[in-house]
Design a protein. Structure first.
Length: 525
């Protein structure tokens, strides 16, 4: 027994040596997975879990912060958002922000990943909170680029919330800071991201300047002006810009380039819709109808793809049994944290389910209306061609011509009923907001396409009507109700009532009620 103390000391020494060897081995393995994460190389939950278990017992707060972060990344890549959020929250709980050696850079990354999940689920206000925290810890880590990149993510949250002015302000501010710290390429890329928004708002001067910076300093273009693969949607922005400045040959060039180079749904839809608008301007209805059909077909494909993605997200979040089984395996799990996570899951599920049901119902109705609308356009076009043929023997065919003209008018009336329910029109009454410059042009093109005489009528009186009065006339001819018109023009219902009465006297030279004015405007073909 006299050797017992010596034996105990030796055993303790051996134990300590073994633990140190294990630490070195596990540290090397953890560093390897962290490197794979930084280089976007795949790894799984089972790859990370042994390190979580080891460093929970033998690691520092920074070790535990990293392991739970990597476990969250693995779950996120597997499509399991609730488990990823739980792991990220556990990582934050592990961090000791009062310690001198706290890894603030890693904390920044955890908050940034949580922000990304909230963005993917459409929870933009939550995203903003986590973006703020990501920015805070990036500055504490003295990582300027990470701080600016996290700040830039707020643009997408404000855009998702419909706060476009705030979104643009974020981009312009972060671009200024990028340039200040020497990140000129990042500044150009950020400004390029808002060019379409600026074009839609009619701010073409600023859009032109930002596109020039994007093309010259982003590093995305080769010497021939071709953008790198995956960013071809920019060609659509170019096309829309030239469409808005009425350079139709240039607009057609860029839309066709997008059609040929960008092969995904978004590019094909954007290019086809752009070409359709170009041919509308060129008064080529056959070509216009052709690309409208293709655009609608791509819309359907995009909606189907989005619906599949929504279902997959919901399925991954709804796997309660697997989540609970994994939760039981987690050690030292705080019950309060679980409740918070499941509340988030419930909100996400409910929001997604309601949105999906509403979207499917609206989408079915939209497709049917669009189908009827396009068929009506084809019928009118064919009838007009028949009239042109009959006019070569006008005397003999005068009765047939009159019959065809009556037929065309009936078809126009049918389209009139449909027009207020088409995708283009219905969106404004639902949103209750003013159309963009581009959307006004689309409405104008549809109205003039259906009622050629109305174009001449409005042109004849343009010198006595201001912009709102002309738009009111156009919307009345398109079949909108006064309430919708006031919403789209950003004015009160009484204003619309008054100017209709005033225009009755301006245009027709007599007094009359707003309803009398509407009837006369709608009689103009």
């Amino acid at each position: 027994m006299k050797h017992l103390p010596t034996i105990i000391i030796l055993l303790l020494a051996l134990t300590c040596c073994t633990t140190e060897a294990d630490r070195n081995r596990m540290r090397a393995g953890l560093d390897s997975i962290n490197e794979r994460n930084r280089n976007d190389q795949p790894f799984t939950v089972s790859d990370v879990r042994p390190y979580v278990q080891f460093f929970d017992d033998h690691g520092t707060p920074n070790d535990r912060l990293l392991t739970h972060y990597l476990l969250g990344r693995a779950y996120h890549e597997a499509g399991e958002a609730p488990m990823a959020l739980e792991c990220y929250q556990h990582a934050l709980d592990c961090a000791d922000t009062t310690a001198v050696d706290c890894n603030y850079a890693q904390l920044c990354r955890v908050y940034a990943q949580m922000s990304q999940i909230f963005y993917e689920q459409g929870l933009y206000r939550q995203q903003l909170k986590y973006d703020e925290m990501s920015v805070k810890y990036a500055w504490m880590a003295k990582d300027t680029l990470a701080a600016l990149m996290s700040y830039e993510q707020k643009y997408y949250a404000y855009k998702g919330l419909g706060q476009i002015d705030s979104a643009i302000q974020i981009i312009e501010d972060v671009a200024k800071q990028y340039n200040q710290y020497g990140y000129t390429a990042e500044a150009a890329v950020s400004l390029g991201s808002i060019t379409r928004t600026l074009i839609s708002r009619g701010d073409l001067g600023k859009a032109s300047r930002y596109m020039a910076l994007y093309e010259s300093k982003s590093g995305f273009f080769d010497e021939k002006g071709n953008i790198i693969k995956g960013r071809e949607l920019y060609y659509c922005y170019r096309g829309l810009f030239y469409l808005n400045v009425n350079r139709l040959d240039s607009a057609e060039y860029w839309f066709r380039k997008e059609l040929y180079d960008g092969m995904d749904f978004n590019n094909q839809n954007g290019a086809a819709l752009g070409l359709a608008m170009v041919y509308d301007r060129l008064c080529k209805p056959d070509s216009s109808a052709k690309y409208y059909r293709y655009a609608y077909a791509m819309n359907d494909s995009m909606y189907a793809h989005q619906a599949t993605r929504i279902i997959e997200q919901m399925q991954s979040m709804y796997d309660y049994s697997r989540h609970q089984e994994l939760a039981r395996q987690e050690e030292k799990k705080a019950s309060r944290r679980i409740v918070i996570i499941w509340i988030c899951v419930g909100v996400i599920l409910l929001t997604g389910l309601v949105g999906y049901i509403f979207y499917e119902h609206a989408n079915r109705k939209r497709r049917e209306i669009e189908k009827q609308y396009l068929q009506g356009l084809d019928i009118i076009q064919q009838a007009r061609q028949d009239i042109e043929k009959l006019k070569s023997y006008k005397k003999e065919n005068s009765a047939l011509i009159a019959e065809k003209e009556q037929f065309i008018q009936k078809q126009k009336d049918k389209l009139q009923e449909l027009s207020s329910e088409t995708l283009l029109y219905k969106q404004f009454t639902i949103k209750g907001q003013e159309p963009t410059t581009e959307e006004w042009k689309q409405i104008e093109e549809q109205v003039y396409g259906l009622y050629p005489a109305f174009r001449q009528f409005l042109s004849d009186y343009a010198f006595i009507l201001n912009d709102k009065e002309q738009k009111t006339c156009m919307l009345i001819r398109a079949g909108f109700k006064p309430k919708s018109i006031s919403s789209m023009l950003g004015v009160g219902p009484s204003y619309i009532s008054n100017i209709r009465s005033e225009m009755h006297e301006k245009i027709f030279g007599t007094t009359g009620s707003p309803k009398d004015f509407d009837k006369k405007i709608r009689d103009i073909g």
